[in-house]
Design a protein around this ligand. Structure first.
Ligand code: CA
Length: 224
């Protein structure tokens, strides 16, 4: 999952980014409204953490503008201001959740997961799919009782396709959501196929995979 952190307090931002990165998220940092708007105009994010008091304006402006173009992005407002008005304003403008600083990073991750899950129509942290069980927060997959040893990237790909079940996900989308920066990896367009091939090989040991489709020259789709 890739997350945009909009926060002008560098120390707090880097603390959040360190923690989220350790938990498998791909993070980008924007320090101002302008940076944030620039980021969302060129990248698609799964979620945004949004501070309200920014050097060049209010986070509300970012939220308003983002909601016009990216309705699928989860937005959590993080702010020192705990006032009811701000909270209501944020939720009115389309924020999904609200955290008042200081907050525990474990809580942030739990909320992120809950929102992303909900957005994709899942209510629990374990997803059952054609005999496989994905434990979202633990990066584990098993088939029945047999644990399947996936690499982090393989798990991320599997999870992303499952969350977006019944939709074709292009290689570009996978790259963006799992690696974050397209430019860095664009030099080798085959590498995503290599990860998918390895993933399929591991799953294929347990059952047939006719539900795991390769859409020629486009991407992949998991049918449920
Ligand atoms: Ca601030």
């Amino acid at each position: 999952m890739n997350i945009l952190i909009v926060e002008d307090h560098a120390e707090l931002a880097s603390e959040i980014i360190d923690y989220l990165s350790q938990n498998g998220y791909v993070c980008k940092w924007a320090r101002t409204c302008e940076d944030a708007l620039e980021e969302v105009s060129v990248n698609t994010f799964d979620a945004m953490l949004l501070d309200l008091g920014l050097p060049d304006g209010s986070g509300f402006e970012v939220l308003q503008s983002v909601r016009k173009t990216q309705s699928n992005m989860a937005v959590i407002i993080i702010t020192a201001r705990g006032e009811l008005d701000d909270r209501i304003n944020g939720l009115d403008l389309g924020a999904d959740d609200y955290l008042t600083k200081p907050f525990a990073l474990t809580e942030l991750v739990a909320r992120l997961y809950a929102i992303i899950r909900r957005m994709h129509g899942f209510v629990v942290n374990e997803i059952d799919l054609h005999g496989f069980t994905l434990q979202l927060q633990d990066y584990k997959v098993r088939y029945g009782e047999h644990p399947i040893n996936l690499t982090k990237k393989e798990f991320d790909i599997f999870q992303y396709l499952v969350l977006n079940k019944n939709r074709v996900i292009t290689r570009l989308q996978l790259t963006e959501h799992i690696w974050g920066d397209i430019l860095e990896v664009n030099s080798d367009s085959n590498f995503i196929d290599v990860h998918v091939r390895n993933l399929r090989k591991k799953l294929d040991k347990h059952t047939t995979l006719e539900w795991f489709e390769t859409v020629r020259n486009v991407g992949y789709r998991i049918n449920v």
